[in-house]
Design a protein around this ligand. Structure first.
Ligand code: C5P
Length: 309
């Protein structure tokens, strides 16, 4: 039986971006098992959409469509459901709140682009607006950090330096608009498994800091310098787990990409290119070569989660 609709909007749609790690420096695991990071995130225009509608009190449900649909859980382990419940528990008259979420995915699942985190961030914002809760950006960011290391960045977007386990953010001084080509892998990679492989492979460099050459490239807005400065400490581990990614990266570099990197824990390969025509050319070439499952063109930086209706 449907309950009477509360005052306010019936549905809220939020668009929320994927991220690329332009640099990812990883230290030795902490006591809580997480790894300390020094990273530079950039939000890109590849976005998921989260639509939130009122449901009966204490009813929480999610449906998922688009990229990787069958791989996303729709039970209480779904990050968007966890986000809605956490928000209701912390700030709501929780026994009168409920939500029905629909997620339209464009960001691949287990792709190293923080797709799940994007959905969690999108659900936080959509529910906060739908339920008309008195919760500001800082409070939302705190909840986001409880949900996952990359969730706070999905709220703010842009280009930012992340520390702690990735949740602690400072906006980066960055100029320019960058063109990326993303090559999706045939199979996802489990983030914890990639970190475990990283631990087995290497003694991490300390102290942790984001590379100066990368920060300089962003400061002047030079895509060529940025391409040369991209780095990812998890890349070796991801390449060991999926050796064919090496071929994908090499193909893009041979084709003239300014830089090529595995994004986060992978397996998505991100290619920085000089502009739109180069992005089109590389996309066509990667598709024709058959080295990846799918190719997307995207640009960054873009803002974080935002309400679009
Ligand atoms: O924070 P999030 O839930 O996204 O992390 C997923 C997994 O990735 C963690 O359980 C952990 O195994 C690994 N991780 C890590 N160090 C980080 C971030 C993630 O070891 N800084």
């Amino acid at each position: 039986m449907a309950s009477p609709l509360p005052p306010g909007p019936v549905g809220i749609r939020v668009r929320v971006p994927a991220k690329i790690n332009l640099a990812l420096k990883v230290g030795s695991p902490r006591e809580d098992g997480f790894h300390p990071l020094a990273t530079v995130y950039q939000a890109v225009s590849l976005c998921d959409e989260v639509y939130a509608e009122w449901a009966n009190p204490d009813e929480y449900e999610v449906t998922v469509s688009g990229e990787g649909t069958g791989l996303v859980p729709t039970d209480d382990s779904n990050l968007a459901i966890r986000a809605a419940k956490l928000l209701a528990r912390t700030y709501g008259p929780h026994d009168s709140l409920g939500v029905s979420l629909s997620i339209k995915k464009a960001i691949p699942v287990a792709g190293g682009l923080a797709g799940g985190s994007a959905d969690g961030a999108g659900a936080l914002l959509a529910c906060a607006v739908l339920w008309d809760l008195d919760v500001g950006p800082e409070a939302l960011a705190e909840l986001a950090a409880e949900l996952g290391s990359d969730v706070p960045f999905a709220l703010v977007g842009g280009t930012a330096v992340g520390s702690g386990r990735g949740e602690s953010l400072v906006p980066a001084l960055a100029r320019g608009n960058y063109h990326w080509v993303l090559a999706f892998g045939h199979q996802g990679l489990s983030t914890p498994a990639v970190y475990r492989r990283f631990d087995a492979l290497s003694a991490p460099a300390e102290p942790l800091a984001v590379p100066d050459d990368l920060m300089n490239a962003l400061r002047v807005g030079d895509a060529k310098l940025l391409g040369a400065a991209l780095s990812n400490d998890l890349q070796e581990a991801a390449l060991e787990m999926q050796p064919q990614l090496r071929q994908t990266l090499d193909f893009g570099l041979d084709y003239g990409a300014l830089g090529a990197i595995v994004s986060g824990s992978g397996p998505t390969c991100a290619f920085l290119v000089a502009g739109e025509p180069a992005a089109v050319d590389l996309s066509v070439a990667l598709s024709a070569e058959g080295v990846c499952r799918a190719v997307r063109r995207t640009t960054g930086p873009v803002p974080g989660a935002r309400v679009i209706s």
